[in-house]
Ligand binder design. Structure first.
Ligand code: NAD
Length: 459
C-alpha cells in the first residue's frame, strides 16, 4: 500500500470521520468537501425561535456530578420561575447528594432516577417537563439532547454540545424539526469582563474587529486519572482524540464580540498540536494503572486558527496538562483598541496605545461600558450561588427568564454548533496534515443576516 493510502486508512480509523458516509479510499479533498456539504432538513430554521411563555419552567436534570450538582443549586436559586421536577444520575450517591443540596433551601423535592445507563430516558419521557439540563460526560451530550427534543422538551446542554460533525448536524436538524431550543450552556458568555467587551465591541470602541485569541489553558492534572470525573471519562478522551477538545469557553465570547452567525461566520480552520507528553508522565506519577504505558493521542498544546468570511482570524488554544496559570486569553483586536485578559488590560487608539490604560482610565471604561445585566443583578448575585464569579447564576437566570417571557434564548443551537465543531474539525485538520478544513454552514445561509444577540435586545 502506498504511503498516501495508508495515511488515509489511518485517518479513517479516527472517530471524527466515522459515520460520514465516506469510503476509506476517499482523498483528503473528498473528505473536506463532504464535511462542508449541507444535508437536507425536515424542519425550519430556529434562528430567533420564539416559543409561548412558560410561567414556571419545569426542569429535569441529567448528570449530577461536579457540574450537574451545581446546576441543581442554580435551578433551585431561580425557583419559583423554574421548578426542579426530576433529577437523574447513573449513580445513586450523586442523586442523594443533589437531594441534600436541595434540603439546604428546603424549597423542592424532585423525583429521582438512577441505577442504569438509560435510566435518564424515563425522565425525559415524562410529560410534565419543559426543559432538560444535561451535565453528563461529553459522549452522552448529543444522544441525550436529541432524544429530549424528540420527546418535545427544550434542552440546555453542557459544553461542548456534540463531538462529531454528524452529531452536530443531528442536533441542528432535530431542533429545526421539533422547533425546540437547544442551548449549549456557555457560561463564560455571561462573565463581567466578557459582557463589558461585548458592549464595547458593539458600541464601536474597537473600530473594525480584526483578530481574537481564545483559550482553555487550565492545568487539570489534579482531576485526571483519580476518578474525580466519573470513570475517568475525560482522561480517556485524551487517549483517543487529538485537536482542541474544549474550545467553547474561550471561543464563545470572542465569537459573540465578532457577530459570528449574525453577519459573519467561520469559514475554515487549521490546526496543529504538539506531541503528547504530560498525560503519560501524570499516569506514571499517580501510579494510575489504567493509563500507564498507554499512548495518548492528544498533544499537550493545540493551536487552531479560524478565519472568518469577513477576514477576521481567531487563535483557539487548548492545554490542560502543562503546569501553568489558568487563562482563556480573551484577546480582542480592532482598528481602534486592543484587549487582553489574565489580567484584563486595554489599550485605545489616541490614548498612548504603546501602553495599556492606567488604572483610573481603565476603571472609567469598565464603568462606562458595564453590561446592563451586571448592573441590574449586582444585589441578586450576592445572595445566590457564586460559581465562577457569578456568570453561572446569570446564565441560569437568563435562560429561565427568556423561557418565562417567550424570548429567543441567548445562544441558539447554531451558536453551540459553530463553537463545538472546532473539536472534530481540528482533529480532522491534524489527521490530514494540518490542512485547512471548511466549517459547515449549520445555519444554511442564515448567518448572513445582521441581527442582535437576544441579551442585547430582550430584557
Ligand atoms: N461550563 C462549565 O464551566 C463547566 C465546568 C465543569 C464541567 N462542565 C461540563 O459538564 C459536564 C460534566 O462534567 P463534570 O465535571 O460534572 O463531570 P462528572 O464526571 O463529575 O459528572 C458527570 C456525571 O454524569 C453521570 N453519568 C454518567 N453516565 C450517565 C448516564 N448514562 N446517565 C446519567 N448520568 C450519568 C456521572 O455519574 C457523573 O455524576 C461535561 O460536559 C463538562 O465539560 C462545564
Amino acid at each position: 500500500m502506498d504511503n498516501r493510502r495508508s495515511f488515509i486508512k489511518k485517518t479513517f480509523a479516527a472517530s471524527s470521520l466515522i459515520g460520514m458516509g465516506l469510503t476509506s479510499s476517499a482523498s483528503p479533498q473528498e473528505i473536506i468537501e463532504k464535511i462542508g456539504s449541507i444535508p437536507k432538513t425536515k424542519g425550519q430554521s430556529v434562528i430567533g425561535l420564539r416559543v409561548d411563555p412558560i410561567e414556571q419552567v419545569r426542569v429535569g436534570l441529567i448528570g449530577l456530578g461536579m457540574r450537574g450538582n451545581g446546576h441543581v443549586r442554580l435551578q433551585d436559586a431561580v425557583y419559583p420561575k423554574a421548578k426542579v421536577v426530576a433529577i437523574c444520575d447513573i449513580r445513586e450517591e450523586m442523586v442523594t447528594k443533589a437531594l441534600e443540596a436541595l434540603k439546604e433551601t428546603n424549597k423542592q423535592k424532585p423525583d429521582t432516577y438512577f441505577g442504569k445507563e438509560d435510566s435518564w430516558r424515563a425522565l425525559v419521557e415524562r410529560d410534565d417537563l419543559d426543559l432538560i439540563v444535561i451535565s453528563t460526560p461529553w459522549l452522552l451530550h448529543a444522544p441525550m439532547a436529541k432524544y429530549a427534543m424528540l420527546q418535545g422538551k427544550h434542552v440546555a446542554v453542557e459544553v461542548p454540545m456534540a463531538l462529531t460533525v454528524e452529531e452536530t448536524w443531528d442536533l441542528v436538524n432535530t431542533a429545526e424539526e421539533m422547533q425546540k431550543n437547544c442551548m449549549m450552556m456557555e457560561n463564560v458568555c455571561y462573565g463581567n469582563e466578557e459582557l463589558w467587551l461585548l458592549n464595547m465591541a458593539q458600541e464601536g470602541v474597537f473600530g473594525e474587529l480584526t483578530y481574537g485569541e481564545a483559550a482553555y489553558n487550565h492545568d487539570l492534572s489534579g482531576y485526571f486519572m483519580t476518578n474525580r470525573y466519573y470513570e475517568n471519562w475525560r482522561a480517556k478522551q485524551h487517549l483517543i482524540h487529538d485537536g482542541n477538545l474544549y474550545p467553547t469557553h474561550g471561543l464563545g465570547p470572542v465569537a459573540q464580540y465578532m457577530d459570528i452567525l449574525r453577519g459573519d461566520s467561520f469559514q475554515h480552520i487549521v490546526s496543529v498540536s504538539t506531541k503528547s507528553a504530560g498525560m503519560s508522565l501524570l499516569a506514571e506519577e499517580l501510579g494510575a494503572d489504567e493509563f500507564i504505558g498507554k499512548e495518548f493521542k492528544h498533544g499537550d498544546m493545540n493551536n487552531s486558527l479560524i478565519r472568518t468570511f469577513d477576514g477576521k482570524t481567531i487563535l483557539v488554544q487548548h492545554d490542560v496538562i502543562t503546569p501553568r496559570p489558568y487563562s482563556r486569553k480573551n484577546v480582542l483586536a480592532g482598528t481602534k483598541a486592543y484587549h487582553e485578559g489574565y489580567p484584563s488590560r486595554l489599550s485605545v487608539k489616541g490614548m498612548d496605545s504603546h501602553r495599556f490604560l492606567p488604572d483610573d482610565k481603565y476603571d472609567e471604561m469598565r464603568s462606562r461600558y458595564k453590561h446592563w445585566i451586571w448592573k441590574k443583578m449586582e444585589e441578586d448575585l450576592a445572595k445566590n450561588p457564586n460559581f465562577h464569579g457569578g456568570m453561572d447564576y446569570l446564565m441560569t437566570y437568563r435562560l429561565i427568564d427568556c423561557l418565562n417571557n417567550g424570548w429567543p434564548v441567548d445562544q441558539d443551537v447554531y451558536d453551540g454548533a459553530a463553537w463545538s465543531i472546532v473539536t472534530p474539525l481540528s482533529e480532522i485538520s491534524i489527521q490530514l496534515g494540518n490542512v485547512p478544513v471548511q466549517v459547515p454552514d449549520f445555519t444554511r445561509g442564515g448567518w448572513k443576516e445582521k441581527r442582535k444577540l437576544p441579551i442585547q435586545e430582550f430584557y
